[in-house]
Design a protein around this ligand. Sequence first.
Ligand code: HEM
Length: 428
Amino acid sequence: MSDLSYHKVRNAAVAPPDGCPVDHEFSPYSPRYIANPYAWLQQKRENEPVFYSEELQYLVVTRMEDVEEVFMNSEVFSSENVQNPVFSICDEAAEILAAEDYNPVAVMSNRQQPDHTRIRKYTQAGFSGRRMRVLEPIIRQRTEDLIDGMLAAGPPVEWVGAVGNPLTAETIFRLLGFPEKDDEQVKAWTNNRLEFTWGKTDKETQIQVAKSLLAYWRYVVDYVEMRRADPADDFTSELLAAHAENPDDLGYNEVQSVVYGLSFAGHEIVRNLISNALLCLLGERHNWTALCDDPSRIKDAIEEVLRFNSAQTSWRRVTTRDTEFRGYKLPKGTQVFLSLASANHDPRLFDNPERFDMDRANLRKHIAFGRGIHICLGRLLAKLEVRIVLELLTRKVPSLRLVIGQEQTFYPNFSFRGPKTLYLAWDE
Ligand code: HEM
């Protein structure tokens, strides 16, 4: 695989920085962290805000000011590691991804300058405010159909399977232009990527996901070729038109790779954000009632969900050279775990951070979408989807509630947080 390959599947070990506290217990995969990352992070943020995790072999950064500083210094703290499996994958899975025709390249989240900005400028229009206004009625209609289906089936309902998952998958698939008939197959291929890249999985899962990634890449290659011959009103056709106009500036393989990457970036994380929003809002009834009484507050509520219970709790960087950070000498190649969850609960910025408060004056100061040149491309789309869901639910079913006694389980992983299932009920 070339240096630009989308996933690099082998990690080189780098010694912990001299003098940096080493934590032998901290683990985003542990039941303690999965149950409540915020309590553990709070204690670290106050006592050892920068430390080295023995399990991850990453430097962990927990305060807002520090996380921001790393994000803003993309020259020293590169994002080239963000799509690599956290743990090296087994030989058999690596072999599958060594197939000659498996050649997606880093295009945005893991691409470095100056190429990152060159490629990103072609993708901006697809996610602009103007484009969101065009998409809104289409997403609203599909959301309404799914919610009506759920209401017709009667309570209780398992939200993630009934609405959250199909809605967010289909939204990004329609934006890319994939034919509806392929939805189930594409969902199956793209489903397990989370475990593969950010989980700590067994050999069997790695092999199965590697096969899915290869099959999905081959699908993308055929699909982009089909769109080249038969353009439509979709984001893929727009990228292809940009490529046709500027073939030396936006490569064909880069178009394929943007399509490949976006189906992951835009799906499960939005599903999780919607579930987390329902947990925050229905978990404390006065929040839900406030939105039912005054839906104009939904936008503020979404910002507070992004701060309080974000769907993305961490992200990564790696040092491009020897450097110094908060008094520690970091060798080149030091991997960094940026705790967005911790930064979003930093009391230096947010008063009473463990309280969900959609009236807080600075609720837009969260770092849920990152900062700097790699700031989330899809943030308007994510907010649009959750806003439409909340507008429809508060209007159609104000008696919505969480089914009592259910326990949330989460996928153990390095970066993303959202319940596997969410049972809802309402008055009929
Ligand atoms: C709850 C929803 C979402 C959250 C919390 C989120 C969060 C993030 C974060 C933290 C980053 C990294 C920023 C950095 O490295 O500095 C990012 C980057 C990115 N996100 Fe999102 N994201 C969400 C939804 C989406 C959606 C819906 C899409 C597209 C359909 C998307 C596409 C991307 C892309 C392409 C990047 C890389 C941008 C670049 O490197 O230039 N995201 N996102």
